[in-house]
Design a protein around this ligand. Structure first.
Ligand code: 5RP
Length: 232
């Protein structure tokens, strides 16, 4: 009798796999930039196993800070640190050049700040996140609440339908005290130009296109193992 075929890994198992694989990119003896989300949570759990080999972390959200501290990893203020060797974070979508959509966890502004402070962005994701053109995932945009209506009209002129993200029936409030628009119906074929354009709209805090702060490496978890994609 032949051995039963092993079941395909679940998405949660793929996230664990890629979270562990990211340890290879952590520079020992230094402070590491840490993103936000369910994949990053797996990375934080793995990071705890080498916590005595690093100085600590700069975190991109209150949620990640709490998880890091609960596991005994020191969290530094980003202003207390100059440059970070590496930033490790997930993505909602990543294209073939390392451009991403981020912000599904509403942490995009601090994520972009820590990414900008880092020499290298290592994206950790499961294979469902890899796309040809950004835009199938609703684009998160952190905004100043008083600009919501006008920004919704501006996105409509771009062919996008923007909605204020809610939590428990009320607008979600970010770690920075602002709101999030989620924009559907966009096809972002020139992410660099799109990010620059939307960043200029009054009331936009951060657009969730990460093209200027793109990934240099993507660790992509597939049922066959972790693939390393490089975008240098
Ligand atoms: C949070 C993010 C996350 O990195 C992104 O949403 C992916 O999250 P997950 O790993 O849970 O799929 O940008 O703002």
């Amino acid at each position: 009798m032949s051995a039963p075929a092993s079941a395909a890994p679940t998405q949660d198992e793929l996230k664990t796999l890629v979270g562990r694989a990211a340890l290879e990119y952590v520079v020992r003896g230094e402070i590491v930039g840490v993103g936000t989300g369910s994949t990053v949570n797996k990375f934080i759990d793995a990071l705890a196993t080498i916590k005595h080999e690093i100085k600590g972390a700069v975190s991109s959200s209150i949620a990640s800070t709490e998880r890091l501290r609960a596991l005994g990893i020191e969290v530094f203020d980003s202003n207390a640190v100059d440059e970070l060797a590496v930033y490790i974070d997930g993505a909602d979508e990543i294209d073939g050049r390392g451009h991403m959509i981020k912000g599904g966890g509403a942490a995009l502004t601090r994520e972009k700040i820590v990414a900008a402070q880092s020499r290298r962005f290592v994206c950790i994701a499961d294979a469902s996140k890899r796309v040809e053109v950004l835009g199938a995932f609703p684009l998160p945009v952190e905004i100043i609440p008083m600009a919501a209506r006008r920004l919704m009209r501006q996105f409509a002129a771009f062919g996008g339908l923007a909605q204020v993200r809610e939590k428990d029936g009320l607008p979600l409030v970010t770690d920075n005290g602002q709101h999030i628009l989620d924009v559907t119906g966009l096809k972002i074929s020139d992410p660099l130009a799109f990010e620059s354009e939307v960043n200029q709209w009054p009331g936009v805090v951060t657009v969730g296109v990460f093209a200027h702060q793109k990934a240099q490496v993507c660790l992509l978890a597939t049922p066959e193992g972790v693939q390393t994609l490089r975008y240098d």
